[in-house]
Structure formats: structure tokens, C-alpha cells
Design a protein around this ligand. Structure first.
Ligand code: IMP
Length: 454
């Protein structure tokens, strides 16, 4: 049995918490895309674990796999594993030999290109982790894969081919000075050592075989998506996207497990009760902007409701896990959710952060958009058109702040009636049942209606 956890918005929907909630029944937790750009927060009692690469399940003694669709920065990987070990955990993490490796020149080029784009206000607002440049090399058939780190001769040969190209790009196209991050010898020594450690700890696998064997043996596998549908390279608001496929199809291509197996399991869409975005791009239901963070789209909502945005940002702790950047805030965007539901085939929803909106007099949702005199119910395919969409809002009476721990204990009917009206509306619009409602950051602060593994 497999369960896939997918972000239905722009990332930061609280996927880590849901993986944690349902992960008890999982034997293996697999990431299928992205790299150390993903912020996953797992809260256990008073302990909070912030991870950017290691799958959340590793905090709970599950086998954690980074699939072939991931891009791996070995330095982050070992830092996170060492930090977990220092806190008394014993993470069991396996890496697909087909996953691509992030090198320091990828990170440097990420920054260089963002800087160049910023001249025309076109930067994406990346996390600066080298994600895009690494996927570029993968698709350009010049990348270095995890398996290559295990073979020093192959590693050397690949670096000798690619590094001079990267150096020339940085120096001759962008006119920047380069250092050790573009030096073949230094990179070779450092990454050969990473390869030795991966081998010594027996961490690399053929992900498809590894997972296939476990699925055949009746084990439960959870696919943990990072980021979200609207920053998917294919289905998101290009070019303000990450360079991989967070959508459910990525769980197959990014692990070597067949689409039939992924689709035969459950696909849980994670929804935040409002909307946040880090980085650039449109946000039709935006409440207020973070100055300078919305190049090209500053006119949208900027400033109009900054006070309310600030209130939600503070109450919801809406600051980037990886970068610490303040997140832009908006009302729930229902056309976005309809798009996500179709793209991913959700079988259930987990709706998070319902407690954060408590205490407001009114809660709004963008029910549809107006564009050029037409009413739209899903997102247009081009970002320029999405940027021109005017939301048609629907208003809900707000709900009171209550003791959410008690609500979590007592179940769905204990959720304030106005919040239930809101949740029922979302479930109806998306035509998908609600499996869980998050009413606080810890996994015990969740109203559980259904467990996909049962
Ligand atoms: P990159 O993934 O670092 O290349 O960044 C590309 C875009 O995806 C930027 O707008 C980032 O802010 C956004 N992004 C990347 N990872 C996350 C995440 O975990 N949560 C939310 N946004 C993200």
C-alpha cells in the first residue's frame, strides 16, 4: 500500500506534520523530488525538528529514502543526519544511486542567475540551494549522479568535463570571479570523500528495486512531496516554480515505482486554510505584500490589507523554514485547489492551520476568477493570464479561538460551527473527503477523520 502526500498550493502547507501523523503505519518514507530547498518541520512534544533534505519519517525511526527524482547536497545530508544523531536519534537514510548531486558551482550559479535576472525584476526568489542549475545539468545530460560518487574515476572524468564549462559560464557570460567552487581538484577531493562515507554507511540503493521489494513484501510506503502543485515545473506558474515535479506523477518517475502502484494507493492533498508564498510571482488573493518580494506583481494586493497579512503571518509563524524569509499571505484560492485536485487525483484532503484564522470576524476565499469578462473556476495555464485574474471572493463568518487541544481530542464536531462550514465548503468544491484537520503545529493537534493506511 502506498500513500502520497502532495502540497496543493505553493508549498509550506504543513506536509511534514501530515507525514508525521500518518507515518506511524509506514515502513518507508520516500522523497521523490527537490533537494535541500524543502522546509519540513516535525514537532514532537517540546522537540522541534527542522529538516530540509532528510525525509520527515527519519525522525520516527522509519527508513527514509531520497529517490532518483531528488537532487542531493551531500553536505546538507550529512549535517542533518549528524544533527539528528546528536539529539539521540538514529536516522536510517538511503539515497537513490540515480539521484543527481548538487555541487558548490550549482549554488553559485543559482545566485549569479538570480542576480542577473534582478536587473529586470525577473528573479524567481529561489532558495539559493542550487536546485535549478542541478536539474538543468540532469536534463542537459551532464549531471553527476550519486552512483558516480562511488567511483572516483567516473567522478573525476565527469567533473573534468563539466566544471570548465561552468567556470566559463560564470566568468565569461556573467563576468564574475570564481573560486574553489569551480575548481576540479578541490571538488573531486571533497566529493570523493562524500562517496566514501556513503559507501561506508551503505547508504546508496537502486530506489526502484529497494521500494519494489518492500511493496511486494506488503510493506507500507509513504511518498513525501516537497513544495507544492503551483510551483511544479510543469503544472505550476512557470517560471516562478521550482525545477521538479511535486505533483503526484513525480512520485512514480522520481522513485522507480510504477504509476499504477502510486495511483492505486491514496493521494492526500495538503491544504493550508489560507495561502502563503515565498518568492516571486502572482498571487491573486494576496492580502498584503512583503516589500520587494513580488517583482512585477507588486500591484496585486500589496499594502491593501498588510495589517491582516501581518497578523496571520505572525500567528501562523509564516517565515521560510529554509531561508527565514517572511511569507506573502493571501486568502484561500479555490481555483488553485481545483487545478491541484485534477492534476494530482486527490483521494483525501488534510486541511491545516484552521486555528490560525480563529478570532477573525470574517474569513474570505477566492471562489472563482474574473478574467477578460469571463468567470474562471481553475487557474489559467499562463502566468501572465493568472496574474491578471481578479478573484471573486466569498465571505464566511469567522470562528472563535477555542482550546484546540480539546477540539483535537473530541473530534470533528468539536470544531467551531463556522469553521466546519468553511471546511465543508472546501471539501465540496474539491469533491474530496477531508481526512484530517490541523488545529496546531503538533501531530496530536490534529482532528483525524480517516487514516489512509487503514
Ligand atoms: P528553488 O526551488 O530554490 O529553485 O526556488 C524556486 C521557487 O520555489 C522559489 O519561489 C522558492 O521560494 C520556491 N520554493 C522552493 N522550495 C520551497 C518550499 O519548500 N516551500 C515554498 N516555496 C519553495
Amino acid at each position: 500500500m502506498t500513500v502520497t502526500i502532495v502540497g496543493s498550493q505553493l508549498g509550506d502547507e504543513g506536509k511534514g506534520g501530515v507525514v508525521d501523523l500518518y507515518g506511524d503505519a509506514a515502513d518507508v518514507v520516500v522523497r521523490y523530488q527537490g533537494g535541500d530547498n524543502a522546509g519540513h518541520t516535525v514537532v514532537e512534544g517540546d522537540e522541534e525538528y527542522k529538516l530540509s533534505l532528510v525525509p520527515s519519517g527519519a525522525v520516527r525511526d522509519k527508513v527514509g529514502v531520497l529517490g532518483n527524482g531528488c537532487v542531493v547536497n551531500p553536505e546538507t545530508l550529512f549535517d542533518e543526519m549528524d544533527a539528528l544523531r546528536e539529539r539521540g536519534l538514529d536516522p536510517d537514510v538511503r539515497l537513490a544511486r540515480r539521484a543527481h548531486v548538487i555541487f558548490p558551482y550549482h549554488r553559485a550559479l543559482d545566485g549569479i542567475e538570480e542576480e542577473a535576472k534582478s536587473d529586470s525584476d525577473a528573479e524567481v526568489g529561489t532558495t539559493g540551494r542550487g536546485i535549478g542549475p542541478t536539474y538543468e545539468d540532469k536534463v542537459g545530460r551532464r549531471g553527476v549522479r550519486v552512483g558516480d560518487l562511488l567511483d572516483p574515476d567516473v567522478l573525476r572524468e565527469k567533473l573534468e568535463y563539466v566544471v570548465p564549462q561552468k567556470r566559463a559560464l560564470a566568468e565569461e557570460v556573467y563576468g564574475v570571479e570564481t573560486g574553489e567552487e569551480f575548481n576540479v581538484d578541490a571538488l573531486y577531493e571533497q566529493y570523493r570523500e562524500y562517496g566514501e562515507r556513503l559507501a561506508a554507511e551503505d547508504m546508496t540503493v537502486d530506489a526502484g528495486d529497494f521500494l519494489g521489494d518492500r511493496i511486494d513484501a506488503g510493506k507500507n510506503v509513504m511518498f513525501e512531496g516537497a513544495q507544492g502543485t503551483v510551483i511544479d515545473i510543469d503544472h505550476g506558474n512557470y517560471p516562478y516554480v521550482t525545477s521538479s515535479n511535486p505533483t503526484a506523477g513525480g512520485a512514480a518517475t522520481g522513485t522507480g515505482v510504477s504509476p499504477g502502484v502510486v495511483g492505486g494507493g491514496e493521494v492526500i492533498g495538503i491544504v493550508k486554510a489560507y495561502l502563503t508564498r515565498v518568492g516571486s510571482g502572482p498571487l491573486p488573493t494576496e492580502l498584503g505584500g512583503v516589500a520587494g518580494d513580488t517583482p512585477g506583481y507588486d500591484e496585486q494586493g500589496e499594502g491593501e490589507n498588510e495589517e491582516l497579512a501581518e497578523y496571520i503571518r505572525e500567528k501562523g509563524g509564516e517565515y521560510g523554514t529554509v531561508t527565514g524569509r517572511p511569507r506573502r499571505v493571501g486568502w484561500l484560492d479555490v481555483p488553485m485547489l481545483r487545478h491541484a485536485a485534477r492534476t494530482n487525483g486527490f483521494t483525501g484532503l488534510a486541511i491545516n492551520h484552521v486555528d490560525v484564522l480563529a478570532g477573525l470576524d470574517e474569513v474570505k476565499v477566492g471562489h472563482s476568477y474574473d478574467l477578460d469578462g469571463e468567470e474562471l473556476f481553475t487557474m489559467p495555464a499562463t502566468t501572465e493570464r493568472w496574474g491578471r485574474c481578479e478573484p471573486n471572493f466569498r465571505s464566511f463568518d469567522g470562528w472563535e479561538d477555542v482550546d484546540w487541544d480539546v477540539v483535537a481530542e473530541q473530534g470533528y464536531d468539536a470544531i467551531p460551527a463556522n469553521a466546519r462550514r468553511y471546511l465543508d465548503y472546501v471539501s465540496e468544491q474539491i469533491d474530496t473527503d477531508i481526512y484530517a484537520v490541523g488545529v496546531g503545529p503538533g501531530r496530536e493537534q490534529t482532528v483525524v477523520l480517516d487514516d489512509p493506511f487503514e
